[in-house]
Design a protein around this ligand. Structure first.
Ligand code: LR7
Ligand code: MN
Length: 581
């Protein structure tokens, strides 16, 4: 079985575009810079008290009708049949290699495989026997694409047509996001004209996938919207359990288990069970397996529905009216990325639920890079989208997003107007992000500051204390209010509402009014570091050209900033408590 762990999952932002700039780290760290896409998901940490966040409340199912459409292939001997791996024929290796970039997967093999191939029924035992209502709502399947590979697009459409009960499919809406390829014009129209349920919507300019989906939603006539990527294969019985959930509660957003269509050999691979969609700071999507002991203790079955803090983004069913009640996606999001976070937070915080339905399975080609162009820089685009999400939904926790990587994300970034989004949140009376953390994602580490308590000089054993607005060194007293500091994700050293910073002329330390955007108040401090071990426990102030470190002077009980020196013990400091790993 394919192991879809957090590290082996290629299509996601966190697993690629590795910008390991960390070597130049310390100094540059004080400047705004790109989002760090290298952050690894934290190890699973889910205890018994968190279980409420995992499993939905039982709904009495009034089983009525079992629907199941299986497919026996026209040509059982064709390549890739039953989802088996395919090998590039001898002599064709060069051609296959050349065509890879058309889709960033093995396009040559995709073209060899029948557009309506059979795949193995990978559903857990028990799914085939499950019953669903006989009056499920209809759905519009919306597939947006830009320059999608011909055979993959066709296979996606055929898999929906062949493996869905016809009466549940109101239409398949193909939204062409201003593709440049000729075959996606006349040829596609002609091919799809044999299927009355397939409609093609052509956008007059590049919308990006988020606004393309909105165009699809506005044109949809079904009760439920089912979004899919344009390089998928829906498995047997994929649709009914999704619609069943939406039918049971219109505020449920139902996602299939996303399986893997191998980009190299086009085989259809199943994935590990019991995975949730999660994110790690700074808002990188990932998967996290429910630990086996939790599964065992709670007798969680393979067919049990799993609640997810966030969805992967591409594949889900949502009640159409509910989607519009929620204000759809933020239409200010550009091209690609972040919309899965936005919709997930919005759904949970505004009264809905996001679930993975193990009996619904859809394969997806995971690619190492987008095969289409971005109108603007890819990383900048994603970063801008995430800033919009953070500013609208994260409340005081947005500092964790801005400050989590090696570099601070630029808070001054022009992300456009957010008034409407904030108004919407108010209008819908959505809950706080704190509520979301406590009730939906209790295993996310989200300490509001990086470190706190007294600030001890390692060599002198003395602590910083505030007298009027001046900082001095005194005997440590953890109970003294004068000695309490917070080190924030935005790299401020806060004493109450005030911030510690050097006076430019004297280089002595004083309290200043805090300002999250003022770079002149930021300090870099690490209790551990792979990259700058020599400056661990130093408190660094300054820019690339001039690094200054906080230094204590015992005889005079004073503090100042001075040129950093890894050897100087008087420059080493420790907070009473650290929340970072
Ligand atoms: O400008 C664009 N216009 C488009 O119409 C860019 C893309 N698209 C289409 C594209 O052709 C494709 O069909 O939008 C769809 C998604 O784009 P992909 O396949 O390049 O995205 P992805 O699979 O790499 O990324 C995942 O995250 C995205 C974040 O914005 C979207 O939510 C994708 O739908 C999502 N894919 C999945 O959730 C599938 C499983 C991946 C995982 C985990
Ligand atoms: Mn995709």
């Amino acid at each position: 079985s394919g192991n879809r762990s957090e590290t082996s999952f290629p299509t996601l932002a966190p697993q690629r575009a590795m910008v390991t700039q960390s070597h130049q780290a310390l100094a540059e760290g004080l400047e705004p810079a790109r989002i760090n896409l290298t952050a690894k998901a934290q190890p699973p940490e889910l205890n018994q008290s968190h279980i409420k966040a995992l499993l939905p409340e039982e709904h009495g199912l009034h089983h009525v009708l079992r629907i199941d459409v299986t497919l026996s292939p026209r040509d059982p001997k064709a390549p890739g049949q039953f989802g088996r791996p395919v090998v590039v024929p001898r002599g064709k290796e060069k051609e296959a290699e050349r065509r890879w970039k058309e889709g960033n997967f093995n396009v040559y093999l995709s073209d060899l495989i029948p557009v309506d191939r059979a795949i193995e029924d990978t559903r857990p035992v028990g799914c085939a026997e499950q019953l669903v209502h006989d009056n499920l709502p209809t759905t519009s399947v919306i597939m947006c694409f830009v320059d999608e590979v011909w055979s993959t697009l066709l296979r996606s459409v055929h898999s929906v047509l062949n493996r869905s009960p016809p009466h549940l499919i109101k239409e398949i809406l193909l939204v062409d996001d201003f593709s440049t390829k000729d075959y996606l014009k006349g040829n596609l129209d002609k091919y799809m004209s044999q299927f009355p349920k397939v409609r093609i919507l052509r956008l007059k300019e590049r919308h990006g996938l988020i606004r393309a989906r909105l165009a699809g939603a506005q044109n949809a006539t079904g009760d439920v919207l089912t979004f899919l990527d344009s390089h998928v294969e829906c498995n047997v019985g994929w649709l009914e359990p999704l619609l069943e959930r939406v039918y049971l509660s219109r505020k449920k957003v139902a996602c299939p288990v996303i399986e893997v269509i191998n980009d190299k050999d086009m085989s259809y691979m199943t994935v590990d069970n019991f995975q949730r969609g999660i994110f790690v700071w700074p808002m990188n999507f990932g998967w996290r397996t429910i630990p086996p002991d939790i599964v065992a203790k709670n007798r969680i079955k393979e067919t049990d529905i799993i609640r997810c803090p966030v969805m992967a983004g591409g594949l889900f069913s949502i009640d159409k009216n509910y989607f519009f009640e929620l204000g759809t996606y933020d239409p200010g999001l550009d091209v690609w990325g972040g919309e899965n976070m936005e919709l997930s937070f919005k759904v949970w915080m505004c009264g809905g639920e996001i679930e993975i339905i193990p009996c619904s399975r859809v394969g997806h080609i995971f690619r190492n890079d987008n095969p289409y162009s971005f109108p603007k820089d890819r990383m900048k685009t994603v970063e801008r989208n995430l800033v919009r999400v953070a500013e609208v939904w994260l409340d005081e926790y947005k500092e964790l997003f801005y400050g989590h990587g090696d570099h601070l994300i630029d808070q001054g970034l022009d992300v456009g107007n957010l008034t409407e989004q904030r108004e919407l949140r108010k209008k819908l009376k959505c809950k706080s992000f704190k509520w979301y953390l406590e009730n939906v994602f209790p295993d996310l580490k989200a300490p509001i500051v990086r470190a706190k308590g007294v600030l001890i000089n390692v060599a002198l054993g003395k602590c910083i204390s505030i007298e009027n607005t001046t900082a001095t060194l005194e005997d440590c007293d953890a109970s003294s209010k004068l000695q309490q500091f917070n080190y924030t994700w935005l790299r401020l050293i806060k004493h109450g509402e005030w911030c510690l910073a050097p006076v430019p002329e004297t280089r002595a330390l004083r309290l200043h009014p805090c300002d999250n955007k003022n770079k002149g108040l930021r300090w870099l401090h690490k209790s551990t570091s792979v990259f700058q071990p020599e400056l661990v426990n130093h408190i660094v102030f300054g820019n690339y050209h001039q690094l200054l470190c906080l230094e204590g002077n015992v005889s005079q009980k004073t503090l100042k900033v001075a040129a950093c020196d890894p050897e100087k013990q008087y420059q080493k400091w420790k907070f009473e408590k650290y929340y970072e790993d």
